[in-house]
Ligand binder design. Structure first.
Ligand code: 5GP
Ligand code: MN
Length: 338
């Protein structure tokens, strides 16, 4: 974060504000962890703050301290709108364009307030007055740690904040193994453990709360996997009827896409998940090495993200989506082989 932004943020928080903190739609560990950590920090400073999530999120994220105070824009719409009406400052975390917040988009586009963006995705749009955008960062949680440190608040880091921040760094780095994990990331994580982050407990909350039906759904997903060795690609499909058959709960498919990359010589892994309610196919893309799934998702599937992890959507049906996807691969053959 550059010094102008730090000074602007200091000045903003030097006076009482009504603050709304927003993660992206379908928030993940980094989105919930970073918004809740910032909420704890601002509340401890004496600011009035509230986290508003665009929609619901998986149960395995709901143990984080402060979770009970998060408003769900879809379920608690009037309370959430009231908080936005009153807001003087809006922090947007772990996303960088207002198309990522579902039904909240229209409301925030019209809203007059000071917008602060803290985010590590590519290609930020320009809705915020104070911007901390860095695509090299492992996670928004690592950035929130930096913000707290730059504001001189390291000594104010509580175990609650430490647990939230640790969670987002852990989930966004694939438990500290993705290339975005730097020595600085490990230094931050070390500090968080010193400040009270309970690493083993956090890991158990996130990864060891499987239900039998989720494991059976994983079995179905792996059975459905198609491997295209010529394109070093593996993809998985899950139809709405398969999700229903295995009692799909929000978050159950988290991590499934990564199995494709564990195959030798596979560089590009994709999962296509039908969402009958929204009449879309939600897609997750993952890659190993230099092939940019961010560009692929942005160019062909109305999405985006990072070089090695991105998401998008298709309005075609599953079969048409797969046919279209496979037809694209030939033009990327060289890049997938590089
Ligand atoms: P996931 O596949 O886990 O949903 O998302 C992978 C990464 O891509 C995350 O950083 C997520 O924020 C981003 N992402 C997922 N879906 C979309 C999308 O529809 N648009 C954009 N711009 N980014 C997405
Ligand atoms: Mn993130």
């Amino acid at each position: 974060m550059n010094s102008t932004s730090v000074e602007a943020l200091k000045a903003l928080l030097a006076v009482p504000q009504q603050i709304v903190i927003v993660p992206h739609k379908n928030p993940d560990g980094d989105a919930i962890g970073s918004t809740l950590a910032l909420w704890h920090y601002l509340s401890d400073l004496g600011q009035q703050a509230v986290v508003i999530a665009p929609n619901d999120y998986p149960k395995f994220l709901k143990w984080m301290p402060g979770n009970e105070h998060i408003l769900n824009f879809e379920k608690e719409n009037s309370q959430a709108k009231e908080a936005i009406d009153k807001a003087t400052v809006i922090f947007t975390l772990d996303f960088n364009h207002l198309g990522r917040i579902g039904q909240m988009q229209g409301v925030l586009e019209k809203k007059e307030a000071t917008f602060v963006m803290i985010d590590h995705h590519q290609a930020p749009s320009d809705y915020a007055q104070i911007v901390y955008s860095d695509t090299q960062m492992s996670s928004t949680c690592e950035m929130v740690y930096n913000v707290i440190e730059l504001l001189g608040g390291q000594c104010k880091l509580t175990p609650q904040m430490a647990n939230c921040l640790y969670t987002g760094i852990m989930t966004d780095t694939g438990s500290f193994k993705f290339p975005s994990t730097t020595s600085r990331t490990h230094q931050v994580v070390a500090k968080l453990i010193e400040k009270g982050a309970e690493n083993t407990k956090i890991h158990n909350h996130i990864y060891d709360t499987n239900s039998p039906s989720r494991l059976h759904l994983l079995g179905c997903a792996l059975k459905n996997m198609v491997i295209l060795p010529d394109y070093r690609t593996a993809y998985i499909t899950l139809s709405q009827s398969e999700l229903d058959a295995f009692d799909y709960q929000k978050g159950d498919t988290e991590g499934f896409v990564n199995y494709g990359l564990t195959l030798e010589n596979i560089r590009f892994a994709v999962i296509f998940i039908e969402n009958a309610d929204e009449a879309i196919i939600k897609i997750s893309f993952r890659s190993e090495g230099s092939f940019s799934v961010n560009e692929f998702a942005r160019t062909h599937f109305n999405g985006g993200g990072h070089t090695n992890a991105a998401g998008g959507r298709s309005n075609l049906n599953m079969q048409e989506t797969i046919t279209y996807f496979v037809s694209l691969l030939e033009q990327y053959k060289d890049k997938l082989d590089a």
